[in-house]
Design a protein around this ligand. Structure first.
Ligand code: MG
Length: 257
């Protein structure tokens, strides 16, 4: 069921979103060649608890995976699309790209956002273009997010942009409604037909999160059950905001940019 949020709920979501934004801004300083990905997780967790929030992903369970998600954030490197597990044995290297996905909860309400970062100074032009294409895909999706537009308008605009740039779109995973639960109705696909699907209304809170590959589908799951990778080994990037449909447009609730 899709729930439209009332002003007191939106206030809590703004606070949760501000924590998420702070973590993503902190990551800009923490990410560097040689650091292990569990250290990123610890830095995020420290900040989340200092701000009296809790990490939405920690202990998250989904049907079909036996173990709950162990990290406070998802850290996905290069060909990993989403849901990478932080580890003290996994190190960032100069030239990598790393996607950080963060969820935080304040007074029972969630915020959720993601960003892909370059590691060091020698990231290839191709990886740079992939990140730029994905970030722009998020903004193109957001440009369709206003009352009267549909979910299909958002997906269609994202898909058209990404394919036009010669990249692949991940269709097996989608954005989502958010609020009291991190994942609520509706699903917000990164592909679709203009004019189709649910009509957007003021008070809807949801995440747009294009996942883009330099190659093509399909994607596969790692043996840990969580991590999603490109099957062809191509690189992937992921950008996400939690958004609120307002009376005349859209408001970003996770203002990390
Ligand atoms: Mg999300």
């Amino acid at each position: 069921m899709v729930t439209l949020k009332k002003p007191p709920e939106i206030e809590k979501m703004k606070r949760a979103g501000a924590v998420v934004a702070d973590v993503l801004n902190l990551m800009r300083d923490v990410i560097k060649p040689g650091i292990d990905t569990l250290s990123l997780d610890s830095a995020a967790e420290d900040l989340i608890s200092r701000e009296s929030a809790s990490a939405s992903f920690k202990g998250y369970r989904v049907r079909g995976i036996d173990t709950p998600f162990p990290g406070s954030i998802c850290v996905s490197i290069n060909d990993e699309v989403v849901h990478g597990i932080p580890s003290k044995d996994r190190f960032l290297e100069d030239g990598d790209i790393v996607s950080i996905d963060v969820g935080a909860m304040v007074e029972g309400y969630h915020g959720d956002a993601a960003c892909t970062y370059p590691v060091g100074d020698s990231v290839s032009r191709e990886r740079g273009l992939l990140m730029e294409t994905t970030r722009e895909a998020l903004h193109i999706g957001m440009s369709q997010a206003s009352p009267g537009h549909t979910l299909g308008d958002i997906g269609h605009a994202i898909e058209k942009w990404v394919l036009g740039r010669g990249c692949g779109i991940v269709r097996d995973y989608a954005g989502h409604g958010i609020g009291r639960k991190m994942h609520e109705a509706p699903q917000v696909p990164n592909h679709g037909k203009a004019g189709s699907g649910m009509v957007l209304r003021a008070g809807l809170t949801f995440c747009i999160e294009p996942m883009v590959m330099s190659g093509a589908e399909p994607v596969r799951s790692a043996s840990n059950g969580w991590t999603v990778l490109t099957k062809d080994g191509s690189d992937a990037a992921h950008f996400e905001h939690t958004l609120l449909i307002t009376a005349d447009g859209v408001m970003i609730l996770t203002p990390w940019e």
